[in-house]
Design a protein around this ligand. Sequence first.
Ligand code: ZN
Length: 257
Amino acid sequence: MKHHLPDTLNGRRAVVLLSGGLDSTTTLALAQAEGFETYALTIRYGQRHEHEIEAARRIASAFGVAKHLVTQVDLRAFGGSALTDDIDVPKDAVADAIGGEIPITYVPARNTIFLSMALAWAEVLEAADIFLGVNALDYSGYPDCRPEFVAAFENLARLATKAGVEGSIQTEIHTPLIELSKAEIITRGLELGVDYSMTISCYDPSDEGEGLACGRCDACVLRRKGFEDAGVVDPARYAMEDGLKTVGDGLRRSRTI
Ligand code: ZN
């Protein structure tokens, strides 16, 4: 990871994987803050809902990325995950227990596939830099979010491409959130001016309007706890009953069920 880059970086291109969620949006903000010209890649992989694709479009536009591509790969053909198969999304887990084992929301080989697609676009763009918004919470549960995985993919990228073999491009996979807690990610993003009301984290939003977050899936529980720990109100719209609108109430409810 690079934190202090020279001014000559201005205009250097980076591909940023953008899901429309909190982590990838913060990652996009960090890539821009480092001076990269950003190319956002959103992949419609057969997830349960379109809301995050729409969120990604709004975010890419708000950030003024050089180009936003929404491309497609059908992981629903394989299934095997609550996000791509007819399996219920787990609800009401205790925040501290999330990440203890690989959850059913893990999508088989998703980040390997996503990074491969980002690598293909990066090679065409002659970009050496790819940004991926994985973090410590993810890699405690998801095998393809771990630092070892990211390092191995970086090696693969240098062997796998014409640009890498000819030595003109040494691919670097940036994971600026990888050691951060959700609260630290939120705090960092707010410092950079990220408007988190644009982001959608929920695995299972309702179909109303732009999608109301359920407040109860693992992604919602971790997001809500992150905002609570950061001492900031979560601007996401939740489909909660009136008495459960505050973060604290929702978390207490999660813990007692
Ligand atoms: Zn949810």
